[in-house]
Design a protein around this ligand. Structure first.
Ligand code: GLN
Length: 193
């Protein structure tokens, strides 16, 4: 049975757990979803979600609890990892002001690229490979300024990148755990070996 971990240090963990459980059920996978925060439990996940929140705080906690190495190791072992919002900032290799970024994905990210909290918005966007629009929720969202290497841009809003995929890594500016649509979670779970 596969174990899908949701990093549980800060942010909207329970929403991620329940939306991922919904996708697991829909796909009839032999898997379970668990909120994980200790090094020990993180080490044996088969896939990991890094939720949104506040990227500096989240980054600090990841380093404080010695989890950076474990996350880097999961990526090295080709486990699917998805970062949403603050999670995207942490997986990026270039970010202006987050010294805790893990440098795992070939994207340059700009924090709060769409403005502050009151500029949060929802929009129907097109995602590469998805049939029909996807209703995306953006909260103090970062944007992808550029990608390189084999990293592929999957969606954009007003000329700014909002989703990218590089092998088994997926990053999103928006919050897939806040909508009923589970296509993003299904794309992610489809990467499990
Ligand atoms: N703007 C936040 C940051 O830079 C991220 C927002 C979010 O995760 N919803 O950390």
């Amino acid at each position: 049975m596969k174990k899908i971990g949701v990093l549980s240090l800060q942010g909207d963990v329970s929403e991620h757990v329940s939306s991922m459980e919904k996708a697991v059920e829909k796909m009839e996978l032999d898997a379970f979803v668990e909120a994980v925060s200790s090094e020990e439990r993180l080490r044996d996940v088969d896939a990991l979600v890094i939720p949104g929140g506040e990227s500096t705080t989240l980054g600090k906690l990841i380093h404080m609890y010695g989890l950076a190495e474990v996350i880097m190791d999961l990526v090295k072992r080709d486990k699917p990892v998805m970062g949403t919002c603050a999670g995207m900032i942490l997986l990026a290799s270039r970010v202006e002001d987050n010294k805790y970024a893990l440098d795992l994905m070939d994207v340059e990210v700009e924090r709060n690229a769409f403005g502050r909290q009151r500029e949060s918005f929802e929009k129907d966007i097109s995602i590469k490979g998805f049939r029909g629009k996807y209703h995306a929720v953006f909260i103090r969202a970062p944007a992808i300024k550029r990608t390189w290497g084999v990293c592929e841009l999957m969606a954009e809003v007003g000329g700014r990148g909002v989703m990218a995929k590089q092998g088994n890594l997926i990053v999103l500016s928006f919050h897939p755990e806040l909508v009923h649509d589970t296509r993003v979670q299904e794309l992610f779970l489809g990467l499990l070996d």
